[in-house]
Design a protein around this ligand. Structure first.
Ligand SMILES: [Zn+2]
Length: 366
């Protein structure tokens, strides 16, 4: 009797070894494969909506991200293009270059982004870091708007931006006072971002369009002065300061290297988003090599972003990512991983932790 019990037990153990354990292993392997860590990239610069506040449904966008994209910094566009009947009649402009009518700050974008985020499941939310953009950076009350958004939608936001100070064609079209790097309103915004732990994503052209070759870039010193006034704020300079026709200034990489080497600017980062930036980086082998050298020298300070606006499918969404293929090949493995994924996770994990702590200290529930 005992022997047959023993043999039955042995048979059961053998069965467990042959089927149950591999099954458990298979499940954990499958779980690891669907984990965001297996993804190729994170996107630090993504607009869910366009200049008339229309865009991709966030659930559709999750499908567009697929298994390739892990996390995305999510925002709309703070500026609304007015449809002025006086100006364009029945033609409804969807982009700022299609009409002379002004742009105005559309604060509702923050509520829209927060509600889109809240429509997701807990697991889906993990893949997004929503950003506050709906404020006028020339308004001394802008920091109060940011605080109010955090208080109204606790548990949602990790940063502010992309917001714009100087941008070719755009700045001049914004209704009201023109934004400036020297405006104390901007200092109030960056002070508040530091206090809460919000990541700041700022668009500011380094120079004016069609600048004279070899001249000092107009906004570089003002930008450095701003960084110096806010050494403890985490700031990502979008597009490394380039614009569509604000060309990479002579020795652009050398100017960036000066900022990167300066310990005063240790919390300044750059994103390489936008197909216009990729165009310059890949314009010739020399430009690509100089860019790759800089990234390899400062692997912790650059982040990939798409700068796509309301894309209809993954091919369109990841156009810039594929465009950068020659650059990816020139990066060493560690740098490639950090620029595409690691730096994003480091900055935004820290921001999430700090902003949630600030909200909790204020007694906000989420
Ligand atoms: Zn931009």
């Amino acid at each position: 009797m005992k022997r047959s019990y023993d043999s039955r037990r042995r048979r059961m153990i053998r069965f467990a070894a042959s089927s149950v354990i591999p099954l458990v292993l298979w499940y954990s392997l499958a779980a690891a494969q669907s984990h965001p860590d297996q993804t190729e990239l994170n996107d630090v610069h993504f607009h869910l909506t366009n200049y008339i506040q229309e865009g991709t449904d966030i659930h559709d966008f999750l499908k567009i991200m697929g298994a390739k994209v892990g996390r995305v910094a999510l925002f709309g566009i703070p500026l609304q293009q007015e449809w002025s009947y006086q100006n364009s009649g029945d033609f409804a402009p969807t982009y700022y270059l299609q009409t002379d009518a002004p742009l105005y700050y559309y604060s509702f974008t923050d509520a829209y982004i927060a509600m889109a985020y809240r429509s997701l499941s807990k697991e889906q939310r993990e893949r997004f870091d929503p950003m506050i953009t709906g404020f006028n950076p020339a308004d001394m009350y802008a920091a109060d708007h940011i605080r109010r958004v955090l208080e109204t939608f606790p548990g949602v936001f990790s940063g502010i931006g992309e917001f714009t100070i100087h941008k070719e064609f755009v700045s001049a079209k914004v209704a009201g006072e023109t934004a400036s790097l020297q405006n104390p309103a901007l200092d109030r915004i960056l002070d508040f971002a530091e206090k809460v732990g919000l990541v700041v994503l700022i668009h500011n052209d380094m120079d004016v369009p069609f600048a004279k070759e070899g001249s000092q870039p107009v906004y570089l010193d003002q930008m450095k002065a701003l960084f110096r006034r806010h050494p403890n704020t985490t700031i990502i300079w979008a597009h490394t300061g380039m614009g569509r026709i604000v060309r990479p200034i002579k020795n652009h990489a050398a100017q960036l290297a000066k900022i990167l080497a300066d310990p005063q600017f240790s919390r300044v980062y750059f994103d390489i988003s936008w197909d216009e930036v990729a165009k310059y980086v890949l314009s010739n082998p020399e430009a690509s090599r100089i860019t790759a050298d800089l990234l390899n020298r400062y692997p912790d300070r650059f982040l990939f972003g798409t700068d796509e606006v309301a894309p209809p499918n993954q091919e369109k969404y990841l156009k810039v990512y594929y465009q950068y293929e020659p650059l990816w090949k020139l990066l060493d493995e560690k740098t490639r991983e950090k620029v595409r994924k690691g730096n994003y996770e480091r900055l935004f994990d820290e921001a999430r932790r700090k902003v949630r702590a600030w909200e909790m200290a204020k007694g906000l529930n989420f």
